[in-house]
Ligand binder design. Structure first.
Ligand code: COA
Length: 164
């Protein structure tokens, strides 16, 4: 039977830290489903269609990574897809409490689904999407944090909003 894992998130936008985690997961499972949250509990810079398109562009080189969207409870989506593993990245100690609560809540709701924690490369362990958006919005260089496709998408987004 094919083993599959779901890596869910907002991916607004996908960072090199996310890619690092995708690579690690793709080496362990037959299929990695990158599940882009349609309506995350926060406002996004990129629409869900843009986040999906960018994620597809960036992960296009991996044969066992599929990009999809989901709405509602993550465990319901995992059940629908027949996946028993949710992958989460732990970057710093500060991630722990939130992740701990989310993993235990998901386990209570769906005991058959396991959360698997992985650590991204040290060099990416402090990056998050908000920082990337902030740097890009202020005209800074984000090429050390995101792929070339995302650099370009951010440039277009902030170029558009400043009327360039
Ligand atoms: N490298 C770089 N950044 C990373 C990262 C990594 N490896 N892992 C996480 N991050 C960043 C994200 O970019 C994000 O940054 P931002 O907040 O600055 O934009 C931040 O860390 C938080 O990301 P994450 O923990 O992945 O959360 P998320 O908000 O993107 O996604 C969902 C959370 C969508 C998976 C979660 O809310 C969910 O499952 N929702 C569905 C509803 C549900 O089932 N609720 C019950 C849950 S108990």
């Amino acid at each position: 039977m094919q083993s599959s894992a779901i890596y869910a998130g907002t991916f607004d936008p996908l960072t090199l830290g996310h890619i690092d985690l995708i690579e690690r997961t793709a080496q362990i499972f037959d299929l990695v489903i990158l599940a882009v949250a349609k309506s995350p509990p926060k406002d996004t810079l990129f629409t869900v269609e843009e986040r999906v398109a960018l994620s597809r562009e960036v992960t296009g080189g991996y044969t066992n990574v599929e990009v999809d969207t989901f709405d509602g409870l993550l465990i319901d989506y995992a059940r629908k897809r027949g996946a028993r593993v949710l992958v989460r990245g732990i970057r710093a100690y500060s991630d722990f409490e939130y992740e701990f609560r989310m993993a235990l809540t998901n386990r209570k709701l769906a005991p058959e689904i396991e959360t698997l924690f992985m650590m991204p490369k040290e060099s990416q362990s402090y990056v998050n999407s908000s920082m990337v958006r902030e740097i890009a919005s202020l005209g800074g260089d984000v090429s050390g944090f995101v792929s070339a496709e995302v650099v370009e998408a951010l440039r277009m987004k902030y170029g558009e909003s400043s009327g360039e």
